[in-house]
Design a protein around this ligand. Structure first.
Ligand code: DGT
Ligand code: MG
Ligand code: MG
Ligand code: MG
Ligand code: MG
Length: 253
């Protein structure tokens, strides 16, 4: 077929292929979720239903994109790790990032009522996205360790802050003053003494965030095996997770 005279506009498109042999990380983050969470009166400091909705939406991404081998989520963010040899969309950044983001965002709205039966969605939530490439396995593990350390730091602070307000009855300013300049052990102690809360008894989903992995499980009647997406709330900084799920870092399917 003859090309139209308009065809030349395609030459304006730029190549944005992800470098070969690199882990591709797509991180989404809720846009202005400070406003979204207060408009929808999410529980403080953690709303379990909201986290489960995030996890369900991330699982929808993994159902749709088989090359996502692991995902990690906390608060209003989710990171998706694509196999380093993935050929998804010929590794084009904008395609991968936009497809994952829209699958996630649409799922968040689609599943909203499953998790918030009694709450109306007041306006359309949206998410920003970025892609980061990591050339080594160590870089990838350090990336995920960074996100999980962030979960710990934020959650310990938020649990202490809201504990002082909701359990001890302090004002926001008073709580902020007490916590300013404190290290982790001091926050633990404040929680224990002032709020009778042992931080280690807080739910793992709050303390560790959520890792989604694919597990091969037996289906009893037919004895066939099937991959299912499982949420875990475990440490991913140490070696034991990576030893148990050694197929994630290997290049095998
Ligand atoms: P951004 O990301 O720059 O568009 O702005 P934000 O407002 O989304 O900021 P970000 O992502 O740094 O912080 C996440 C916000 O979401 C923060 O205000 C706390 C809130 N949030 C996340 N999870 C929960 C939750 O489970 N309960 C409540 N009450 N708030 C939450
Ligand atoms: Mg942000
Ligand atoms: Mg945000
Ligand atoms: Mg965030
Ligand atoms: Mg098309």
């Amino acid at each position: 077929m003859a090309k139209s005279k308009y065809e030349y506009v395609r030459t304006f498109e730029v190549e944005d292929k992800c470098l070969q042999n690199c882990w591709i990380v797509v991180r989404l983050d809720g846009r202005s979720f400070h406003r979204f969470t207060s408009a929808h009166k999410f529980e403080k400091p953690n709303d379990k239903r909201a986290l489960e909705l995030m996890n369900r939406s991330a699982a929808a991404v993994m159902e749709e994109f088989r090359d996502v081998s692991l995902a990690y989520g906390q608060s209003d963010e989710y990171s998706f790790i694509l196999r380093k040899n993935t050929d998804l969309y010929n590794r084009r950044q904008s395609k991968i990032m936009s497809a994952i983001n829209s699958t996630f965002s649409a799922s968040y709205v689609y599943y909203w009522n499953t998790y918030f039966e009694d709450k109306k969605l007041l306006y359309p939530p949206s998410f920003d996205a970025r892609i980061v490439l990591y050339p080594s396995d160590q870089n990838l593990r350090d990336y995920l360790s960074w996100r999980q350390a962030d979960t710990h730091i934020n959650n310990l602070y938020n649990t202490a802050f809201w504990g002082l307000i909701l359990i001890k009855g302090l004002s926001n300013n008073e709580a902020e003053k007490i916590l300013s300049g404190t290290v982790s052990s001091e926050k633990n102690e404040i929680l224990f003494k002032e709020c009778e809360t042992n931080y280690n008894n807080e739910l793992p989903i709050y303390r560790k965030g959520t890792v989604l992995v694919r597990k091969l499980v037996n289906l009893p009647p037919s004895k066939s095996k099937k991959h299912v997406i499982c949420p875990l709330h475990v440490d991913i900084i140490g070696d034991s997770f990576w030893e148990e799920y050694d197929e994630i870092l290997s290049l095998k399917d």
